[in-house]
Design a protein around this ligand. Structure first.
Ligand code: DGT
Ligand code: CA
Ligand code: CA
Length: 574
């Protein structure tokens, strides 16, 4: 069975979760989590690396033991440690972990104190008010759990964009091997760069669709074929991801691509415009009476209904059609516009690579600058910096900057915003830095008013530059904390501060609609990797995707500025 990096990462995450429920050693748990993160971000396929004889212990965070587990997983498709841990705990407990807001710590408490083993039991316990009395829970948490369970039940499983990308890329590579396929492209929400996708919608063009179908259904990662016709098929991959394939003629490529890219709401709006013009739009083309007048390219489809081309990320029927008609479509930011990154960690705290390696990796991305922003002392789990260690790092950065050419390291910190809105390091120390990134890492459940006040107070601080991952949400794991984003944006505007769009695939925080709000309020957004290793700069593409969904242009993004321009902009907050 073929094993992708995402599969190994998922196994390691589950091992870490189960170890945590079993109250295993904290460092052992952390080692599995780190390895999972490294693997899910590694641009090369581990399978291929092993085939080339690559020594996995060369990877950050991977020692002998983890390397042998990876080899076991790649060669057998499973891991004996995971099997053992699963057999020691009730079978449904892993599903409990997928309820947003329930981490392993809470699952452990629920299991040990209330014998909650399934989502149904969790629902009952929350509804009957049994959870509020557990140490560390309370009434508000109980209510949140109840809401989360109810939302969870009505939701089908979605895949994070970056995870889906791993499966999509190998499937597309496989399809491209067929001599009968001309174009092949992943459409649907994947092409619109939604943060999660429900399934993959793959479009191919061919004059021999039967042969394409045969090739597709022979793919060795398919678990089940649901439906096949001569031009369409629906299958499920072994990882659980569903794939729809459609095959059309080259002359319908643009129309089909438009149709299957969606969104449905955008398509409906376009069809309505077409109807008014006496036209019919379908996946086969644009028709007047029975005569096809467009459809070979997407541009031709839009032209036929009197519109300029609209980028997939905008196609949500959120005003893009009106903007297109008025000639006001944004010229969306692109990866190549980024000139630096303002949020990264090194092995001084919970990152994996040295200052020098991070600088060189950023330079390879074509960047002019990289801000090093370690955690502050309050975050003990990440080995956060106290003033002394931070100042030592500043000296090291000075030394490295005088030695390196073409890339500048900026001195920063990802300082904890404490419950009362004060910052976790003294002013005197913060004043020595190029920029101060503030972040909420605790007390996620404050009331809306208190949470908003906390963040606004932090921004009042004279050295505050940038609010990291502004809503705190983790996709499918932790809901955003409750805060008034408009109020925060207005404070940022007043103070000349900025907000981050954290590009980590689990965060993608700021949300697209808030990006739009930031743009309207005139607050610049910094698209940052939050890289903990050299490999993670490649995540920036997901951040750029999210920014494009939020209508952001080059001018709306802080780190499209040159170093000189950036220094002027961030100085004014100091
Ligand atoms: P997902 O998979 O939930 O992340 O979201 P999508 O947008 O990929 O939705 P999906 O897979 O159900 O359908 C793919 C595209 O096919 C969708 O974006 C637009 C098109 N489509 C699906 N159903 C309809 C429909 O009833 N009418 C129209 N006009 N288009 C549809
Ligand atoms: Ca889809
Ligand atoms: Ca679909």
């Amino acid at each position: 069975m073929p094993v992708h990096n995402a599969d190994i990462a998922a196994i390691f995450e589950e091992i870490a979760d189960l170890l945590e429920i079993e109250a295993a050693n904290r460092f052992r748990i952390l080692a599995y989590r780190k390895a999972a993160r490294i693997l899910s971000e590694l641009p090369q396929d581990v399978r291929a690396l092993l085939k080339q004889g690559f020594d996995l212990t060369q990877l950050p965070g991977i020692g002998e033991d983890l390397a042998s587990k990876i080899i076991e997983i790649v060669s057998t498709g499973s891991c004996s440690l995971l099997q053992r841990l699963r057999s020691e705990l009730p079978p449904a407990i892993t599903e409990l972990l997928h309820v947003p807001g329930l981490g392993p710590k809470r699952v452990k408490a629920l299991y040990h104190h209330l014998d909650v083993q399934t989502v149904e039991q969790l629902h009952r316990a929350a509804r009957d008010g049994c959870i509020r009395n557990l140490p560390g829970f309370g009434e508000k948490t109980e209510l949140n759990i109840l809401k989360a369970v109810e939302a969870h039940a009505s939701q089908s499983r979605r895949f994070k964009l970056a995870t889906a990308a791993q499966y999509a890329e190998s499937l597309v590579a496989y399809l491209q091997k067929s001599p009968n396929i001309n174009h092949v492209v992943v459409a649907g929400s994947f092409r619109r760069m939604r943060e999660t996708v429900g399934d993959l919608d793959i479009l191919a063009t061919s004059s021999a669709p039967d042969a394409v179908m045969q090739h597709f259904t022979a793919y060795d990662e398919i678990a089940e074929v649901f439906a096949t016709g001569s031009t369409r098929a629906t299958v499920t991959l072994k990882c659980g991801l569903q794939v729809d394939l459609r095959v059309v003629d080259d002359t319908s490529y643009g129309a089909a691509l438009h149709y299957f890219t969606g969104s449905k709401a955008h398509n409906i709006a376009i069809r309505r415009i077409a109807q008014k013009l006496g036209l019919k739009v379908s996946e086969y083309g644009v028709f007047r009476a029975d005569k096809s007048i467009a459809g070979e390219t997407e541009e031709s489809v839009y032209r036929a209904v009197g519109l300029p081309y609209i980028s997939p990320e905008l196609r949500e029927d959120r005003g893009e059609i009106e903007a297109a008609r008025a000639g006001r479509l944004p010229k969306l930011v692109e990866m190549a516009d980024l000139k630096g990154d303002l949020h990264a960690h090194t092995k001084a705290t919970d990152g994996h690579d040295s200052l020098r390696d991070m600088a060189l990796a950023a330079q390879k991305m074509g960047f002019e600058y990289l801000a090093i922003t370690e955690h502050s002392r309050r975050l003990t789990i990440a080995h956060g910096l106290d003033p002394e260690r931070l100042l030592r790092q500043c000296d090291e950065i000075d030394r490295l900057n005088s030695e390196l050419s073409g890339i500048t390291l900026l001195k920063g910190i990802e300082v904890d915003i404490l419950e009362d809105g004060s910052l976790d390091l003294p002013d005197k120390v913060l004043g020595r830095l190029d920029l101060v990134v503030g972040a909420v890492h605790s007390k996620f459940d404050l009331s809306r008013i208190k949470q908003t006040e906390r963040i606004i107070r932090a921004m009042e601080h004279p050295h505050f530059t940038l609010l990291a991952h502004p809503t705190g949400r983790l996709l499918e794991k932790r809901a955003p904390y409750d805060a008034d984003m408009l109020g925060i944006l207005r404070q940022a505007k007043n103070r000349g501060c900025f907000l981050e769009l954290n590009a980590h695939p689990e965060r993608l925080d700021l949300l697209d609609t808030y990006c739009q709000m930031a743009k309207e309020e005139g607050v610049l957004i910094s698209i940052n990797s939050d890289a903990h290793s050299c490999y993670e700069f490649s995540n920036l593409r997901y951040g750029v995707g999210q920014a494009r969904r939020g209508w952001l242009e080059k001018e709306d993004v802080l780190n499209t500025r040159t170093l000189v321009e950036l220094r002027t902009l961030i100085k004014s907050t100091m």
